[in-house]
Ligand binder design. Structure first.
Ligand SMILES: *Cc1c(COP(=O)(O)O)cnc(C)c1O
Length: 307
């Protein structure tokens, strides 16, 4: 089983922009779970790897883009638990490998590239059969690692949180982490999709919650939750100058590094809402730092800055 450290720190952010609104903000440093691997990806893989072992598999196959935190995490987790890993990477091979794929290859992941058109068919039966023909037997982990076992792993994020927060926040990609936090149901939840038109995630989260309830034979009574759709900054992995400046300033002021794709956009959003709306006034907020810092190396190389 993948190990989760026992005392994951919660740090309070002291900042005038919060004080002015009579709000408090703490960050749960899930990014510290593993030096290279995204906090939530570790959580999402945990029960999937256990299931793979129980089913007698020795190989895991999954999908992702060239900068995917999930690809990096699957490679590292597979290496740690003695699985062979195969990554089906969207798009053409580009050499030299970027830092994410270099890390994955270093952990022994076999990288196979797949055209963008073909990649879109990864959910079809015919594509899966072709994969079985090419790679033999494997345990398939969906893109982003998201299924009901991922939700189960993410419920545990709140295991050691006892203080009374009235709002939880996290960044959303597939919605599995959000579903886990909503299922754990300690406070209201506000999610920040990292992609454009993230409204579809309302359905995804509901579907994941249903699947989790069924698999675990539970009936949940979630607290109110919603998504704030305005902080994708142009789309998935799209960045701009304000975001880069915000992330660098936040690191300097508060000694908490953020990634540009997920946690940076979420905190940018939170401080923006504090500045321009009353939505986050008088609240005690717990933000989940889901990690993603392995991706910063690639951005730093491309942008020529230190994040
Ligand atoms: C993948 C990822 C997310 C999104 O998680 P989902 O469960 O897919 O919504 C958020 N933050 C970071 C850093 C990630 O790598």
């Amino acid at each position: 089983m993948l190990q989760i450290p026992e005392n994951i720190p919660v740090v309070e952010i002291h900042d005038d922009r919060l004080r002015r609104k009579n709000s408090r903000l703490h960050i749960l440093r899930e990014d510290l779970i593993h030096p290279e691997i995204s906090g939530n990806k570790w959580r999402k893989l945990r029960y999937n790897l256990e299931e793979a072992k129980q089913q007698g598999h020795d190989t895991m196959l999954t999908f992702g883009g060239a900068y995917s935190n999930h690809i990096a995490a699957t490679a590292a987790a597979g290496h740690q638990l003695g699985f062979k890993t195969i990554g089906i990477i969207r798009g053409e091979e580009a050499l030299p490998l970027n830092p994410t794929l270099k890390l994955a290859a270093g952990y022994g992941m076999q990288l196979n590239y797949c055209s963008r058109e073909k990649y879109r068919e990864k959910h079809t039966v015919s594509f899966r059969e072709e994969l079985k023909e090419n790679y033999g037997d494997f345990y398939l982990i969906p893109e982003g690692g998201s299924n009901h076992l991922a939700v189960k792993g993410c419920v545990e994020i709140l295991d050691n949180i006892n203080a009374d927060y009235d709002l939880l926040c996290c960044a959303c990609g597939t919605g599995a982490t959000a579903a886990g936090l909503i299922a754990a149901s300690k406070a209201e939840f506000l999610g920040f999709p990292a992609l454009k038109n993230g409204g579809f995630l309302n359905d995804e989260i509901t579907t994941l919650l249903d699947a989790f309830e069924q698999a675990e034979k539970l009936t949940l009574t979630p607290k109110p939750w919603k998504l704030q759709l305005d902080y994708h900054l142009g789309g998935y992995a799209k960045i701009n100058r304000q975001l880069v400046d915000f992330v660098r300033e936040f690191h300097t002021l508060h000694q908490v590094p953020l990634d540009l794709i997920y946690t940076g956009k979420m905190l940018y959003g939170i401080f923006n809402l504090l500045q321009y709306t009353a939505e986050l006034d008088n609240r005690s907020i717990l933000v989940i730092h889901t990690g993603g810092l392995q991706g910063n190396k690639g951005f730093e190389e491309r942008l020529g800055v230190v994040l």
